[in-house]
Design a protein around this ligand. Sequence first.
Ligand SMILES: C[S@@+](CC[C@H](N)C(=O)[O-])C[C@H]1O[C@@H](n2cnc3c(N)ncnc32)[C@H](O)[C@@H]1O
Length: 303
Amino acid sequence: MNGDSPPIRDTQPRPVPPVEGLAPGTAHDWLQWARRELAPHSDSAQADAEVLMAALLQTPRTQLHRALPQALAADQVLRYAALVERRRQGEPVAYLSGRQGFWTLDLQVDSSVLIPRPDTETLVEWALQIVGGRQHTLQLLDLGTGSGAIVLALAAALGERARYWATDVCSAALRVARGNAAALQRPVEFHHGHWFEALEADAPAFDLIVSNPPYIAENDPHLAALRYEPRLALTAGREGLDALRSIVGEAPQRLRPNGWLLLEHGHDQAAAVRALLHAAGLAEVQTRRDLAGHERASGGRHP
Ligand SMILES: C[S@@+](CC[C@H](N)C(=O)[O-])C[C@H]1O[C@@H](n2cnc3c(N)ncnc32)[C@H](O)[C@@H]1O
């Protein structure tokens, strides 16, 4: 096997003669092959190759080194080669492996949900600072929960100090979120439907409402790079503000006095979102930057 040769296509396991401790056809060999295949297409070729190999061998990536000397069977090679090819075509590694890390969590993801982003941890951090000192049992709501990333990160940090609600208009996304909540043993009330309309008539007023809604403009050229992710999770009208506008418009009726609304948005939307929050009558309106220094989340307090 060399860098240019295609993966083997036979159906028999390859013989494994020992070569300097590692045999041709070992997981290590195929990892190196994948790294070379992916290098022209991905800035993270080594990491991608490792994540896909760990997924193939159903082992945590941190333990992958233990499995590297083992020979891959022909069917494993074919499955690995198929994953590498899909990655080469641009499919995100999270959809190929079915997992994505977020906050302290390892979440299941599929193509019905946005892949949770590190930027969104800005919102989680801010939310935890706001509710940190409160003593009563909190009522928290995550609108457009996707994989459940935000609500489950909050639940992991706050545990029984809060009760949790989450909504999404996409039932396939809610299935993923429910699966993640069950795997992490976090009780969340999930509701299907449009923003606040999804909630039951007797839903409480909330201490905190968080959302990372779709906020990309419909004709944004960056959408091409996001073609594997659900359009429903990405775009919101001509300027990308439609979902943010809907949520801010109704939030004051859904917040307790002193309750906060925190919203993720595009790096160039902070002024527009602050204007919406002011217009809705919220106080202490402010914006937080993400680790890259971009204005990433804005929020305000119900007076
Ligand atoms: C940007 S994704 C965020 C997902 C997740 N909260 C995260 O941060 O990774 C937006 C989510 O909003 C959901 N969504 C879009 N329109 C909606 C609507 N009208 N009502 C409720 N959820 C909606 C999408 O299905 C998607 O899961």
